[in-house]
Design a protein. Structure first.
Length: 307
């Protein structure tokens, strides 16, 4: 049974875009995935996004995606919203993944803007609505032009928000002005998809986060959110500023790479990467350690410890 949601927070407030743990030989690590998911929910996440870019979706098979959803649901599905990434640049394939995720028991869908083929706005609209029409699950669209090459324009977001099952947007556009207009003109629940902008997006109407750094600092993200909701702007700002080294360090290179490196040093499941992603160099690992320590995360510990 899915956790309780509201129209304002259809997927909860603090979600981590979870990595996909792999075994030493590169296979799906189901036990590790369940342990990591349990750890993240215990830390304060009320949702997890599976099979997104941070979950190495470009290099996991459809069968692995379904297996991961089922495993995580078994572990934490009664305590957290399990949102399945199903977006590809092929609408038919995305619909297949959406139906498979629904059959596996996912509570919602994340659908990224089609990448590489650069569709026009009408193509985006038809792509997202076709996916939303294919299941009974609520949908979060994912606007990340830095990866996809095409932004979802405000007018398109407003149109998409009229669909009864398109209920949220994950915003990684990095444009607070356009976010402000889209939030004001639609009923979409807005989630920050850019950790550096978590607090600024809250200030213009976002309801929560889909975070990468949540692997490491979920309690701090929740404290930031609760401070903002209670009107304690100073406290929220102080937490944001303390976390700046974490935000910076985790995205000096691709976020999956840094996340798995950090998890390994903390004794948490992550495992190797699949090509074309590669492990951090020794120099990059030193820099990550310095960055995270400045934000209160000590990698030399094998415990989930933050200052």
């Amino acid at each position: 049974m899915a956790p309780t949601s509201t129209p304002q927070t259809p997927f909860g407030r603090v979600l981590t875009a979870m990595v996909t743990p792999l075994t030493a030989d590169g296979a799906l690590d189901i036990d590790g995935a369940q342990r990591l998911a349990t750890h993240l929910v215990d830390a304060g996440n009320d949702g997890l996004v599976l099979n997104g870019t941070t979950g190495e979706s470009p290099t996991t098979s459809d069968a692995e995606k379904t297996e991961l959803i089922r495993a995580v649901l078994d572990a934490v599905g009664d305590r957290a919203h399990i949102v399945a990434g199903v977006g590809t640049n092929d609408t038919r394939h995305s619909i297949e993944l959406a139906r498979a995720a629904e059959a596996a028991g996912a509570h919602g869908l994340l659908t990224v803007t089609p990448y590489y083929n650069k569709p026009p706005q009408e193509g985006l609209y038809r792509h997202f609505t076709a996916i939303a029409d294919s299941t009974g699950l609520p949908v979060m669209v994912y606007d990340i032009p830095g990866r996809s090459g095409v932004p979802i324009n405000t007018e398109t977001l407003v149109r998409l928000g009229e669909h009864p099952r398109i209920v949220a947007n994950k915003d990684a556009k990095g444009d607070l002005g356009r976010a402000s207009w889209a939030i004001a003109r639609s009923d979409l629940a807005w989630y920050s998809g850019d950790d550096m902008l978590n607090l600024p997006l809250l200030s213009v109407g976002a309801v929560g986060f889909v975070s990468v750094v949540g692997h490491l600092v979920t309690p701090e993200l929740r404290a930031l959110l609760e401070a903002h909701l209670s009107g304690d702007v100073q406290k929220a700002t102080e937490i944001h500023q303390r976390l700046l080294p974490v935000f910076t360090g985790m995205f000096r290179t691709q976020g999956v790479i840094t996340t798995k490196a950090a998890l390994d040093r903390l004794g948490l499941p992550g495992g190797p990467l699949r090509l074309p992603l590669v492990e951090l160099s020794a120099e990059e690992t030193v820099q990550l350690t310095i960055d995270l320590a400045a934000g209160g995360v000590q990698l030399q510990s094998t415990d989930f410890t933050t200052a």
